[in-house]
Design a protein. Sequence first.
Length: 367
Amino acid sequence: MRLWDYISDNKIILLVCFASSLFFSVILISFGVGVAEVFLLWVCFAIILFLTMLCSYLKQRKRMKHLLSNFDSLDQKYLIAEIADKPETKLEKVYFRLLKIALKDMTDEVAGVRRQNAEYKDFIEQWIHEIKVPITGIQLLCENNKTEITRKIITQTELIEQNVERVLFYARLGNVEKDYLIKEISLKQCVMEMLARNKQFLIQNGVCVDTEVIPDTVYSDNKWVCFILNQIIFNSIKYRGTEPLIIHIQSQDMGNYVSLSITDNGIGIKPSELCRVFDKGFIGSNGRTEKNSTGIGLYLCDQLCAKLGIGIDIKSEVGVYTTVLLHFPKSDHLNVLSYLTKLLDNFNQSLYKKQSPFAKIKMNLLI
């Protein structure tokens, strides 16, 4: 709070003091008090008023600074009423009581929304697991009775399975930390597993996949990496050009990290759109001609890479190529980070069960 703002807020009080002083000065002069004595009274009154206003200003500024400091430290800003200083005036008490009532309504609303989201997420996961059963059954029946028609059916079921998995991974996106297992994995095994799962779909679309020797091992989660590779490959197929699609996959040891590149000879991406391809819902000019574009695939890849500590980048030239680069860490630092995060969560939960709401907020501030 600036001094000028404080004076502006109290300008009515200052005007009343000035008017009162002028009124009493006129009365004193009319009763024969000299101008010098009245002026001296004016100076004394002005000094007292100035010191009083200055002390009040400094006190309010200190309280405001303390409140803003605590507010900035809060992760959940709506809990500010729990750490605010006790009100001093009647007006502050009224505002504080209204703020507490609003806080209670807000926390109830937030708890209700979180509960609904959790129920919705559980329903989605349950539905996905149930829908996978008939899909797997259809695939097994087709595998045991291979014809041209059953091959096409397998291709479509693989596409359905990929879309279903995308929904599942999207539902779990907010809690990836609880669902991944960081360990040393083989990039070659991840790539081969992804290609094997989509074998029929790749054959049906006439895709040629060229995989150079991928000897590198990295620290990540095999399941999530396979999902990221799936999304990239499906994007390559979706935005293919008129030429037969060729996808080139290779890895390179860059010292502190391993870079895995997936390059296709598709239609490419405009330079002006490259910076937005990871935005949620962005489909670009290519997506407007493709009816099945959702703008979710690369967004999921970007979000998952951020959670897993994987760098992701994309390069492209219109009508020539598109390359997606994944930069994997060579150390298991995420294992330590995951362990500390879970340990901290457990510690917080134990405190939340034992402490008062004020103590919980204090612990959040300490963290």
